[in-house]
Design a protein around this ligand. Structure first.
Ligand code: ACO
Length: 335
């Protein structure tokens, strides 16, 4: 059985924060941020907006583009590490989309790789278990988990949601050509937002030696990131992963029409494109406007490029996500 992408959509919060706005709250500058990252502004949830409502808006646009009845969506995968509810938001999104068919809906946690993992999971559900119309949503509000006094991390992230609809088709129409997925628990320490006992400085300090009952209150710490290690990991692993996905697809880098990477840092995007010997005209980047939107960044960039007419029907896309976990993965697919 085959599967193909038939719709995409995205949504961003109303509040825009520029680098100059950030320079008013932390010791930084527009020049430092744009030179080191390529980011100029980002959107942040505020004024009662929820991540679930952004996800619903993105999903609705994808369903409309695909001209599919919401009741015919039989699976919703919500890729998010920062959901409105720790127990998952898939069923709520399904309800808000107006679905009356009670489809399977659940969340996947894989930080900035979430969307690629979701896409491959969706394809496996279609190929192996007979699902027909699968919504894959990447939605993150990392702004809720950054320390807005830490200039090394708060400048990077923005909030957004993006979605695609993957549909079952016959083998001849199959539009997902190859993929490659990995994790590395050794590198976990380089980017964390761990659960810890309140008052403890890190997760491991919690309850050391003391068997407390009832347990003390726990909460998640702010994101802690060793930017240089994550940077090195990305430029080492992402080109390898794309090459491996291309090999499985029986294609080479010269077949790629568009490179749509997780939008983390312009220097990472440039280094990966360089290693793959892809000219900058084939590289999609909207990082300047939105920053790193975690699992939303790939479907957001895809949606903008499809709607602007940049990405055209039939073109081949190499997409790759990477981030906390560590996790990373790539997919080669046709729009
Ligand atoms: N403004 C001004 N100066 C700053 C800022 C800032 N916002 N942030 C750090 N600095 C300073 C540092 O203190 C340091 O000063 P020092 O030399 O006096 O010690 C100097 O600038 C250099 O800092 P570095 O951390 O070495 O800067 P680097 O060039 O590595 O850029 C960055 C940092 C942007 C974080 C980069 O490492 C990066 O993008 N890493 C990848 C992050 C990423 O891709 N994450 C994706 C996964 S996210 C997820 O999974 C949720």
């Amino acid at each position: 059985k085959g599967c193909k992408l038939v719709g995409c959509g995205s949504a961003v919060p109303r509040l825009e924060i520029t680098n100059d706005d950030l320079a008013k709250v932390v010791d930084t500058s527009d020049e430092w941020i744009s030179v080191r990252t390529g980011i100029r502004k980002r959107r942040v949830l505020s004024g009662g907006e929820s991540l679930t409502s952004l996800a619903v808006e993105a999903a609705r646009k994808a369903i409309e583009m695909a001209k599919v009845d919401p009741n015919d969506v039989d699976l919703i995968l919500v890729c998010s590490s920062t959901p409105d509810d720790l127990f998952g938001t898939g069923p709520q999104i399904s309800k808000q989309l107006g679905s009356k068919s009670n489809p399977l809906a659940y969340n996947i946690t894989a930080a900035c790789s979430g969307f690629i993992l979701g896409l491959i999971s969706a394809a496996s559900h279609i190929r192996g278990a007979g699902f027909q119309n699968v919504l894959v949503i990447g939605a993150d509000a990392v702004s809720r988990h950054v320390d807005w006094t830490d200039r090394s991390s708060c400048i990077i992230f923005g909030d957004a949601a993006g979605a695609v609809l993957l549909q079952a088709c016959n083998c001849e129409e199959d539009g997902l050509f190859g993929f490659d997925l990995h994790s590395d628990g050794d590198g976990y320490r380089h980017i964390t937002a761990a659960c810890k006992e309140e008052g403890a400085t890190k997760a491991q300090d919690s309850n050391e030696g003391v068997l407390d009952f009832p347990p003390k209150k726990h909460s998640y710490s702010y994101i802690q990131m060793n930017g240089q290690e994550v940077f090195r990991f990305a430029i080492r692993s992402v080109p390898q992963s794309i090459e491996s996905a291309l090999e499985k697809a029986n294609l080479s880098a010269s077949n790629i029409d568009w490179l749509v990477l997780h939008q983390a840092n312009q220097r990472i995007i440039d280094a990966v494109a360089n290693k793959l010997e892809l000219p900058s005209e084939k590289v999609i980047s909207n990082l300047a406007n939105y920053g790193n939107t975690s699992s939303a960044s790939i479907p957001l960039a895809l949606d903008e490029s499809v709607r602007s007419g940049k990405i055209k029907a039939g073109q081949i896309i190499a997409a790759s996500g990477f981030g906390a976990g560590l996790t990373w993965g790539s997919a080669i697919f046709q729009w």
